[in-house]
Each structure stands twice: as C-alpha cells, then as structure tokens.
Design a protein around this ligand. Structure first.
Ligand code: BGC
Length: 755
C-alpha cells in the first residue's frame, strides 16, 4: 500500500484529518484514498461501542475480556504479565478492527482519593513505567497501537478539565514525567494522549514544552499526540504546540478555525502538514495490522485473566498460618461481594465482560461438599434490614471453623469523573465485621477496592487478603489463593496509610480556586512516609506468601559502562513453591544539593522458586536512574559519593544492604555575580581562584559593616560567615578594595577555568 503524503491534501482536508470524524474514528479522505481508523478504550479491556458513543462508559460496548485493572496488575510487579495481557488485548483489537487501544494509563497515585486510581499502577514512577512499557510492547506486538495517557500531571478527577497542577520542575521530572519517559524511550507507543488539566497554568493540550520539547526533542517520541476526549481548549494554539489529533470530532467547528488561521497568516501551514502527516502515518501503520487467523478464544482469555488475577492478590497479613484453607475446612463465606463481585471501576474503562466468576462459586468448587455456607451480611446499595443480615452472618460464622468476610467499596465510590472524600469502608461493613469476629476470631478479610482503604481492623483479624479489582476472573483467582491452589505473590505498589491525614498530599488535594499545589514535591508515597518516619498500616512493596524466602548478603559494584550491578542470592526456605518479588532500593544521604528520599525503588524482579530452591538474582541499574533533576542546568545529574543499596521484600523489610562509591557528573554551572561564595569555594576548579581572591581582600567584614580582623578567623569560619553572600555584593563590603573590574575579571577567569 502506498504511503500517504500530507502534501497531497488540501488545507481543508488536512484540517479535517487532524480531528475525529465522530467519537471513535478518524476522518476518511476518499479523494486521496485515506481510510478511517478506529481508536477506542481502554487499559484493561476493549470497550468498543457499536451503538451510542460516550467517554464515560455509560452506553453498551461489545463483549470483551475484562482483565485485572492496573491497580491489580501493578501489584503483580511483573512486566512479563503486563505484556501477556497486552498481547491478548491486541488480539481482541485485531478481531474488532481497532487500530489503537486507549491505554495504558500510568499517572502517579498522588492521593488515595483520586477517583481513577484503579486505572493507574503505582505511587512510584519506576513501577508505572516498567509495567506501562511492557503493556505497550504486548499490544503493539499485534500490530495494534496504544495511547500512553494521561500526559501529564493528571492526578485527580476533581475539576480535571480546568485545574492547574502546580508542580516544580524537579518533581515533574523525577516523579510525574519519569514513567512516561521510560515508556516512550523503551516502547515507542504509537500515540500519547495529552491530559485535560493545565500544568503550571498551561493546558497540556497547548503546551509546547510538554508536547514538543520534552516529549519529542528530549525523549525522541515518533508517534502522534491525541487529545483526551474534549481536552482541546484552543486548537489553533494547540496545533503548533504539538497536538496532532483532536478527539472526538468537533463537528467541523475547530477545522474551520484552523483553516481561517492559516488563511489570515496567524498559523503557519507547516504545522498542519506535520500533524496531518502523523495522522496519515498512523492510518498507514494500522493497515499493516495482520488479520487474526482464527477468532480469539473467550475461554483462553478468561483463563489468562484468572492466571493474571492470581498474581495480583496481595496477602497483607496471615497470622498463625490461617491461610490457605483446606478443602475440608468448614467455611462461612460472608459479604455480598463474594456473590456479586466488584471487579472493575467506573468511567471510560468500563468493560462489558464476556463472563464473570464469583468467588462464592469458585470456593464451592474447591471446598469439599457441604463445607461452605454463605450469608450476604450487607446489601451493595445499603438497603435492607442490617440487623437481620448481621444476625444471619453471625450465625454462619459461629458454626464454621473459619469466616471469610468479603468487604469492599461499592461501585459508586470509585469512578472516573470524581474523587473520593475519605478512605473508609462503609460503616455497616465495619460493624458487620466486628460482629463476625466476636462470633469467630478465625476471620479472614478479603477486600475489593480500586484504591487503598483504611484498615482499622488490622489488629483484630488474623488474615487480610487485598483483592483490589481483579477483572472478570477475579472470583476464581481469589478462591485459588484462599485455598492455596495459587501461592500469593502480589505486592503493594501504593502504601496503605494509617490515616488519610498522613498522606503527603493531604492539605494540598484537590486544590482550590483552579489550582492544586503539589506541595509535597518529590516526596510522594513511600518516599514521604520514610522521610518523615511515619508509621503506616502496610508499607510499599509489602505482600506475604505461603512460603518464606531468605536473602544472602547483597553485593553492589559499578560496571565499566557506569551502571550499578546488584546481586543477591534468594532461597525459598519454606515447604511450597512460591514467587518472591526482590526489590532493590538506593539512597544517597550525603546530598549537599537537594533533598532526597531515604530510599527509592530502582529495580524489582519476580522470581519463581520451588521449595528449597535458591537463585542468584543479578540486576543492572542504569547510572542515570540514580540521578536527580538539577534545575540549574535543566538536566539529570548523578551526584558523586557513597550510595546505599538496599535489597529486600518491601520498602520496610530490607534484608541486606551494601555501599558503593560513585563518581559524580561534572556540573558546569556558569559563575555569575549571583553565585554565592560558599558555592564558589566548593567548586572543584573555581574554588582555588576564589580562595585566592578572598585572601586578597585581607579579611572578612564584620557584622556591623566595619573592619574585621581576618587573622582572628580561620578560612573555614570566614566562608561560613560570608558563605551566603552573592559574589556581586562583595564589592560593597570590601571597603573599596574590590572593584567592578576586578570582580568581572575574577568571574571571567573562573568561568574560563571550568569551560
Ligand atoms: C478519559 C480517557 C478515555 C477517553 C475516551 C476520557 O474521558 O479520560 O482515558 O480514553 O475519555 O473514552
């Protein structure tokens, strides 16, 4: 097939092509043989609407497999699994003639309140980046494109179409853009979706710094930028900034604005050529998508969804080895969620599943006949006689050996479009749990929630299994883990705090009067809890297994390519096979430049080990992953010094550490009159020149501006005393000894020395 050229199109055709034809398709240009292609949601299943269209998941869509949403998939901490899900999604897209799947969504979980946290992977950008990257690889291996979203700093739903995320440059780079950077550099998604919000006052859809300087010039993005649905504020401003495709259709309104702007000279047509060419490239690429040789198997995808879901459950607590249950155990299953699973969130990602498993049915399949009783305990809409429901549940619990209580958030509490206002489970559920525990202390709590909830009962129940939202096969997967058919290996990718008030964004979320200030800076999630030494309910990275793992002493060394290599031997010391997620963190306590988190995740590896098996885990951490973003040079800088490398089973279960010394990057910051004396003295090259110049002055000024006796002060005290003084101000204090010419000469010499 011939490749289409934007230059063959008329101005009007180019304007039409760069906005949608309708809700889900691009414009066809019949005269030039340009076909239309379909793009559609979403991150954990295909939402292809055949009839009425909307971006809020309201109208029907074709049946598709609902895989575990990102909140769960993230907890697998296994990029290979994310890639497999991507492949399956790609197959479903191929069958439905979909060119681009609108995912992955990789925004950082800044606050537990964000209504869309269930669609996001983590509070940590390495996790989001690695899983997002693998997802993109999987989908795109099928000749289907992806849309990396929502770019960027879209971390809340409240006022999402207007709010300005006020984030400093370093925090943006290190936390909010870092995952996007990883996915773009590693996997080249076909498209990036710019978000609704503003960043520091500029709409993402109109931000040339974001869409062009960073995304294309720095990261090398080669695909197309599409607007989130309705994110375009002013397309004439957005187009030259780097917005290629407006979705959905504006009905020709903004096309006409582009045409008029080109005609009156306010918009250079070359911008339109570039955007149109990118749409054409996408359309051409989509034509190469191979047809599926045979239809995808609903059964096989459902089985995959179950296998993946098993890997996502996080066993938070298991005192006395209450789990796994035996088939012969007399079990009271309590809670409506066991019968009516909550397995996905609300909004544009909402899937019409091919089938849904309930945990109750799956438990009955695994347990011996007659060993399972059930009581709903509560209704999902809060109606019904709660006293009677509780009495029934208590009766069931008291005659069983173990009570398994399914608690969770009702559907309406978590959705795209709005945020939560608290992190509590419904009071009626907590009351029910109290009554059940009083009747039978052998109680296991199974949770269904798209974002963290407070766990005030964590000390009063022996076992807690966090099930998140597990997709359509989650019920079966939950039963598999409860009965030990699968050994849990999920880990928290978001800290569970004791109280909402402990969260770093508290007080700065969801903002006010159109602005949300990211006041906590880079100390997001565990970075904050660790820096402030705040007790948490369950830390980042935590998750138990039915077996135990031992770590030998880790080793760390710098390779010839400058990267950091970390090695550790891990042994399964228990009686059953299991999977450990080995986590490598680094910390650099000695920074004299910026505040750094005590530890930051640099690598995670999922290792399957038979009972008694031992494996050497070896990872290579890119030197640049150790860098901080330096706002003075607008670049990544690796500081020189001793780094602490920690290896462990969670951010607060460090099993061993090593130290490694790293040579720092040379920082060439031009010296000006604003440069402080302390900065000059510390400078590896200019320091000497400055000390000599200071000596020339013959003494330090006294506080009252009079002459001080230099001989009474050591050089160190002198610098301490005068350290914060910008060199330009020295003149005024020098009693005429230092002139403008002398200072300029000194600055010139210092700059020449470092050039
Ligand atoms: C969401 C996107 C989604 C789009 C299309 C928007 O409301 O923010 O994530 O892809 O709708 O449904």
């Amino acid at each position: 097939m011939a490749e289409h050229k934007a230059t063959d199109l008329t101005l009007e055709e180019k304007a039409a092509l760069t906005s949608g034809a309708d809700f889900w398709t691009t414009e066809a240009i019949e005269r030039a043989d340009v076909p239309s292609v379909m793009v559609t949601d979403g991150p954990y299943g295909l939402r292809k609407q055949a009839g009425a269209s909307d971006n809020l998941g309201l109208s029907e869509s074709v049946p598709a497999t609902c895989f575990p949403p990102a909140v769960a998939l993230g907890s697998s901490l296994d990029p290979e699994l994310a890639e497999q899900v991507g492949v399956a999604l790609g197959e479903e897209c191929r069958a439905e003639d979909v060119a681009v799947l609108l995912g992955p969504a990789i925004n950082i979980k800044r606050s537990p309140l964000c209504g869309r946290n269930f669609e996001y992977y983590s509070e940590d950008p390495l996790v989001s980046g690695e899983l997002g990257s693998a997802f993109v690889r999987g989908v795109q291996s099928q000749g289907v494109g992806t849309s990396l979203k929502h770019f960027a700093a879209n971390n809340q739903e409240q006022d999402r179409m207007r709010i300005s995320s006020e984030v400093d440059a370093r925090t943006l780079r290190e936390i909010y853009l870092r995952g996007f950077e990883r996915v773009v550099r590693e996997s080249q998604p076909w498209t990036v979706m710019c978000s609704y919000n503003k960043i520091n006052g500029v709409y993402a859809s109109e931000d040339p710094w974001l869409l062009t300087t960073v995304l294309r010039d720095e990261w090398g993005f080669e695909g197309l930028v599409v607007s989130d649905w309705g994110a375009v504020n002013d397309r004439v401003v957005g187009l030259p900034a780097g917005l290629d495709l407006e979705m959905p259709s504006s009905g020709g309104r903004t096309d006409a604005q582009l045409v008029a702007a080109v005609k009156d000279g306010s918009l250079d047509e070359s911008f339109l050529d570039i955007a149109a060419q990118r749409v054409l490239d996408l359309v051409d690429r989509a034509q190469l998508r191979p047809a599926l040789a045979e239809p995808w198997s609903v059964d096989a995808h459902h089985a995959l969804a179950r296998e993946v879901a098993r890997r996502c459950l996080v066993l938070l607590k298991n005192e006395g080895g209450l789990l796994p249950l035996q088939p012969s155990t007399r079990v009271a299953v309590i809670g409506e969620f066991a019968r009516t699973p909550r397995f996905q969130g609300g909004g544009s990602s909402h899937i019409n599943p091919t089938r849904v498993d309930s945990a109750l049915d799956a438990i009955r399949e695994l347990a011996d006949d007659g060993r399972v009783s059930f009581a709903p305990g509560f209704t999902l809409d809060g109606s019904g006689d709660s006293e009677a429901l509780t009495a029934e549940a208590v009766a069931a619990a008291s005659t069983a050996e173990v009570a398994v209580v399914f608690l969770g958030l009702p559907d309406f509490e978590e959705s795209e479009g709005y945020d939560r206002t608290h992190i509590n489970l419904p009071a009626a559920q907590l009351e029910l749990l109290k009554a059940v525990v009083a009747a039978n202390p052998n109680t296991v709590v199974v949770l269904s929630n798209g974002a963290v909830v407070a766990l005030p009962f964590r000390d009063s129940v022996p076992a807690i299994l966090e099930g998140w939202l597990l997709g359509q096969a989650g019920g079966g997967a939950t039963a598999d883990v409860l009965y030990g058919v699968a050994n849990p290996s999920g880990r928290l990718t978001e800290t569970i705090p004791l109280r909402l008030q402990d969260n770093p964004s508290y007080g700065n979320f969801p903002g006010e009067l159109g602005k949300v200030r990211y006041g906590e800076g880079g100390l997001v999630g565990y970075r904050w809890y660790d820096a402030k030494d705040i007790e948490v309910a369950f830390p980042f990275g935590h998750g138990l297994s039915y077996t135990t793992f031992e770590y030998a002493h880790p080793t760390a060394r710098i390779l010839a390519n400058g990267n950091l290599e970390v090695g550790v031997r891990v042994t399964n010391t228990g009686k059953v096979a299991g999977r450990e997620i080995v986590q490598v963190y680094t910390g650099f306590a000695g920074s004299s430049v910026v505040e750094r988190a005590p530890r930051e995740l640099r690598k995670f590896v999922s290792v399957q080990l038979d009972a008694g098996e031992s494996r050497q885990v070896q990872v290579e951490i890119a030197r640049n992953d150790l860098a901080y973003w330096d706002v003075r040079v607008d670049g990544w800088i690796v500081e020189g010094g001793t780094y602490r490398v920690e290896v462990g089973a969670s951010s607060r279960d460090i099993r061993g550490s090593a130290e490694v010394s790293i040579d720092g990057d040379v920082l060439n910051i031009p010296i000006t009159r604003e440069t402080a004396i302390s900065e000059l003295v510390a400078h590896p090259v200019a320091g000497k020149i400055v000390s000599d110049a200071l000596a020339l002055l013959g003494g330090a000024p006294a506080e009252d501006g009079g002459e001080a006796d230099a001989s009474a002060l050591g050089a160190e005290s002198l610098v301490k005393l005068m350290g914060s003084l910008p060199v330009g101000r020295l003149i005024g204090f020098s009693g005429g000894q230092l002139t403008d010419e002398m200072l300029d000469h000194m600055i010139e010499a210092a700059n020449a020395a470092i050039a």
